[in-house]
Design a protein around this ligand. Structure first.
Ligand SMILES: N[C@@H](CCC(=O)N[C@@H](CS)C(=O)NCC(=O)O)C(=O)O
Length: 339
């Protein structure tokens, strides 16, 4: 199904088209080198956001440059495409580093006959212009664990060995019912599929509410990949999924623990400072014409409520464990203040 069409069947997710791994020791064939790779994202996309947060927490901004596509996308031959535009800071509608207009061009540079889907995030090899990977979870995990020597001093351990089992177990439920659950709900082809998806989504949120009532973070006592995976859906929940995807049994702000937890993360460097509510709203309501044919973009809620005190420090833990917070966002990557 194309994102701009009326859903006729349950959303299906294909494995990543390209999944080359980049590591400091190059043991899978590609070596992490400063300036060699460019990360193509969209600020609306939760899967891209996972990698953006990880990159910033690990201090990889200088090592891997960032390119932001237009949240409205562009319809080319009936399909929405991720493109660079003047409006989102690319002079002449081309990425200044890669010289391309559409992300698809990097897929085609890699494989000239490629005719599958094109998704963000995508990691591109700058010298060749080839797409290296669109495997968002692997990209995030590798940046968190395999880029030694390029990460900043004080970078946290987002994937501690002793917690991996727990992180993956939580992550599986979060992926099925929450990250992908909102899409299964919003793109349900009929009432029955909608009912099943929305029930699973809110049962999982209820369970997470309970878990987070007594503890500050999902696993261990500092931020891990489990929190990044959940945050990217929570931060979009009331602005997009509640209305546009009909995930409206409750709002995020009606869950005391989840809402305070999400605000706590939002106010931690790496999370709110990589979030753009304007891009989130316009992307979902505009591009998914099949479920919102007028393309009217809903205005609320007021994002400034994300800055309200959260009181979660009382639960103990510390965001970065034995590490420290990242410094300021690089100049060219700053997002506008909330308004
Ligand atoms: N490709 C991955 C996830 C990444 C993803 O779905 N990204 C969205 C944006 S949020 C995308 O680029 N979709 C392709 C499209 O809209 O054409 C998957 O399906 O598991």
């Amino acid at each position: 199904m194309r994102a701009n069409q009326v859903p006729t069947e349950e959303i299906k997710r294909e494995p990543a088209a390209f999944d080359d791994r980049v590591t400091a020791d190059g043991r899978y064939g590609r070596t992490a080198e400063p300036g060699r790779y460019r990360l193509i994202i969209n600020r609306a996309c939760p899967w891209a956001h996972r990698v953006v947060i990880t990159r910033r927490l690990m201090g990889l901004e200088d090592a891997v440059s960032l390119a932001v596509t237009d949240p409205k996308q562009e319809i080319i031959d009936g399909d929405p495409h991720w493109v660079f535009t003047e409006e989102t800071g690319s002079p002449g509608g081309r990425d200044p580093v890669l010289g391309i207009h559409a992300l698809r061009e990097a897929y085609l540079a890699r494989e000239p006959d490629y005719d599958g889907g094109v998704s963000v995030p995508g990691l591109v090899d700058v010298p060749s212009g080839h797409l290296v990977s669109n495997d968002y979870d692997r990209l995030a995990l590798d940046m968190a664990t395999e880029w030694d020597g390029l990460t900043r001093e004080g970078a946290p351990d987002l994937y501690p060995e002793t917690l991996r089992g727990e992180i993956e177990e939580i992550g599986e439920g979060v992926y099925q019912d929450v990250n992908n659950g909102v899409y299964r709900t919003g793109f349900a082809p009929d009432q029955e599929h909608y009912d099943q998806a929305v029930d699973r989504l809110f049962s999982r949120l209820d369970e997470l509410e309970e878990r987070l009532t007594g503890r500050r973070y999902l696993a261990g006592d500092h931020i891990t990949m489990a929190d990044i995976r959940l945050f990217v859906t929570l931060v979009r929940f009331d602005a997009a999924y509640h209305g546009h995807f009909k995930c409206n049994i409750r709002k995020l702000i009606e869950y005391p623990a989840l809402w305070a937890y999400a605000r706590d993360l939002f106010q931690t460097p790496g999370f709110g400072d990589t979030t753009r509510f304007d891009h989130i709203r316009v992307h979902y309501y505009w591009v998914h014409e099949g479920v919102n044919p007028t393309r009217i973009v809903a205005r609320g809620p007021d994002p400034r409520q994300w800055l309200l005190p959260h009181g979660r420090e009382a639960l103990g833990g510390s965001p970065f464990g034995s590490g420290a917070a990242p410094g300021p966002v690089p100049e060219g990557e700053r997002v506008p203040d909330l308004r």
